[in-house]
Design a protein around this ligand. Structure first.
Ligand SMILES: Cc1cc2nc3c(=O)[nH]c(=O)nc-3n(C[C@H](O)[C@H](O)[C@H](O)COP(=O)(O)O)c2cc1C
Length: 223
């Protein structure tokens, strides 16, 4: 009887230890498998929600607007620094058919971007929206884009062609691996046909936000 009680007690202890350890490891593995991606998802959805909120409900009081297209996030980072430094509103240019990594592979002659580069008629990229709420209230509009083959990535052109820049100061900015801003701003200004377009600024793809902020602070006359 005594031996039986000891065996039962030992078995109970073993089961408790296995149970606790097992539960512990299951929980921690669940956490790393579920919580981390969920956190990332939450972060990115929060940021895109913020963007879409800004896109649709741009504050009417703001005098400065930052419009940008970014295929892989470099120009977006610069745009966000301008937004914070200038206290500006923001509008993201989003192609209806977003460019995938394969689409952006300029080393592949058959990629979407290579075909569009080779045939101008394919560059008329449709956007999810070209309409900025309270557009007339903005005096200064920054327009940002990555450089593609020496010029502004063409989703930017669709936005520029669709809007009237009359009475606005327009400040182009771009990010690029090695090229300068070149004629990209001038070409966009020609397409717009209106607006007081400035020379603009080129940033390296991996520019520090402090460099961008310094540039914005030096634009006292323009903004
Ligand atoms: C299709 C394509 C063409 C590019 N052409 C140039 C170029 O002519 N000169 C250059 O310096 N960088 C070029 N780049 C690099 C981008 O301009 C650079 O990585 C930019 O910072 C990307 O900005 P994003 O992350 O906002 O899209 C090109 C990139 C792509 C995808």
């Amino acid at each position: 009887m005594k031996i039986r009680r000891i065996i039962v007690a030992l078995l109970t202890c073993t089961l408790m230890v296995v149970g606790i350890t097992g539960c512990g490891s299951t929980n921690s593995s669940n956490q790393s498998q579920e919580n981390t991606p969920t956190q990332e998802k939450t972060d990115s959805s929060t940021s895109s929600e913020k963007n879409s909120t800004k896109n649709n409900d741009t504050a009417s009081e703001g005098k400065v607007l930052v419009v940008y297209y970014s295929a892989s996030g470099r120009t977006k980072a610069v745009a966000n620094t301008i937004v914070q430094t200038a206290g500006a509103d923001v509008f993201e240019i989003v192609p209806t058919e977003v460019y995938s990594d394969a689409d952006l592979d300029w080393t592949d002659d058959n990629s979407r971007v290579s075909k569009e580069h080779d045939d101008k008629s394919l560059r008329d990229v449709e956007l999810t929206s070209t309409t900025v709420k309270n557009w007339d209230s903005y005096d200064t509009v920054f327009i940002g884009y990555p450089i593609w083959w020496g010029i502004a990535a063409w989703p930017t052109d669709t936005f520029v062609k669709a809007n009237d820049f009359k009475g606005k100061t327009v400040i182009p900015f771009c990010t690029a691996a090695s090229s300068g801003i070149g004629e990209s701003g001038t070409l966009l200004a020609e397409e717009a046909g209106t607006g007081d377009w400035q020379d603009g600024m080129r940033f390296s793809s991996d520019v520090e936000s402090s460099e961008v902020a310094e540039w914005v602070k030096g634009l006292e006359k323009e903004i």
